[in-house]
Design a protein around this ligand. Structure first.
Ligand code: BMA
Length: 331
């Protein structure tokens, strides 16, 4: 196994948060101005024993080593303010962070009254941020590449077309380009669910890609649905009628440096599959959802992932070992 789970897992959970918190997961992580920064999703009010009402906010945490985190005393008020000021918006969640030319870009999912959208914002100080673009629905899981390619911003994204995919969850990864991070085009299919040997439902971008000599190394999430197998989760544990059948695994692909919408390789085996208690048991068990990947100067890769939609975890590998998992890809 190329990837090793960190002994301090989970690296962040509700117990570490100085404000109301229940599920702390699906974080974006990057290195910004000499420190590690994490923006995490916090779903408040969802407990193992049940829930009546719940809401979501985003929290910010800082770290010197990428393992021990200092959480800001209050939820991040800027996204909350934007949601409150726009009658269409319901909540922001699943943030992803990418530093480009010294500015920190934040991709997020936003539930609106008329569908789920992917959005992109930029901040220089984690105080203010400016929303640059919000997509049409349904789209989410956007991630930005850490540099422009051929003068353009590049993103991976996951539209979810139900009508044209036979009303099934059969969703794929696409890419788009932009001159300014506001106006997006040149969209094309990158990786389809049927390209992934361990997915039978949907796939989506995970952490923002990192640059290596061989290509852009990019994680994705892949779901495998087996209606015959009921997975543990708080819903299924509390309600005999409830069902949870979708296992979320992490996958790895390699994209062309000059043409980042083109997959040149893929790891035929999952990068990570739920095996630990904190991955198997939680709000939704057996969910691995990477959102941050950092390539350190010494070649260590840190991969941050949400586990069981309940806690935030870290696993590490050498970049050589990750590249060693990749096999040539042909559709
Ligand atoms: C996806 C998103 C993620 C979540 C995952 C597993 O559709 O909602 O935020 O982690 O499902 O529940």
């Amino acid at each position: 196994m190329a990837l090793v789970r960190h002994p301090s897992n989970p690296v962040l959970s509700a117990a570490d948060i100085p404000f109301d918190a229940s599920l702390v997961f699906n974080a974006g992580v990057c290195k910004f101005q000499g420190r590690y920064v994490m923006v995490f999703r916090n779903d408040v009010g969802l407990k193992p024993t049940g829930w009546n009402s719940s809401y979501t906010n985003l929290g910010v945490a800082w770290s010197k080593d990428g393992v021990k985190w200092e959480v800001q005393p209050k939820p991040w008020s800027v996204p909350a303010g934007i949601v409150a000021s726009n009658p269409e918006f319901i909540r922001f969640y699943d943030p992803r962070l990418t530093v480009i030319d010294g500015r920190c870009y934040l991709c997020f999912a936003v539930d609106t009254k008329h569908g789920v959208c992917g959005g992109i914002a930029v901040t220089d100080d984690f105080d203010k941020f400016e929303v640059l673009s919000v997509s049409t629905p349904d789209n989410r899981n956007m991630v930005l590449f850490p540099e422009k390619v051929n003068g353009k911003f590049v993103r991976l994204e996951r539209p979810f077309p139900e009508y044209s995919r036979g009303y099934r969850e059969r969703f794929d990864i696409w890419s788009s380009m932009s001159p300014d991070c506001r106006y997006w085009g040149d969209s094309r299919l990158v990786l389809a669910t049927e390209d992934v040997p361990f997915a039978n439902a949907k796939i989506g971008p995970a952490a923002p890609p990192v640059k290596t000599e061989k290509g852009w190394l990019a994680t994705f999430h892949a779901t495998y649905k087996d209606p015959e197998r009921t997975l543990y989760g708080w819903e299924t544990a509390n309600d005999p009628r409830a069902t949870w059948h979708k296992e979320y695994l992490a996958g790895l692909m390699l994209l062309d440096l000059e043409d980042p919408g083109k997959v040149i390789g893929i790891a035929p085996e999952p990068l990570l599959k739920a095996t630990e208690k904190y991955e198997l048991e939680g709000f939704r068990g057996s969910v691995i959802f990477p959102g941050g990947m950092i390539l350190e100067d010494d070649g260590e890769v840190k991969i941050y992932y949400g586990a069981a939609d309940t806690v935030e975890c870290l696993a590490t590998a050498s970049v050589e070992d990750l590249l060693g998992m990749i096999r040539p890809f042909r559709r």
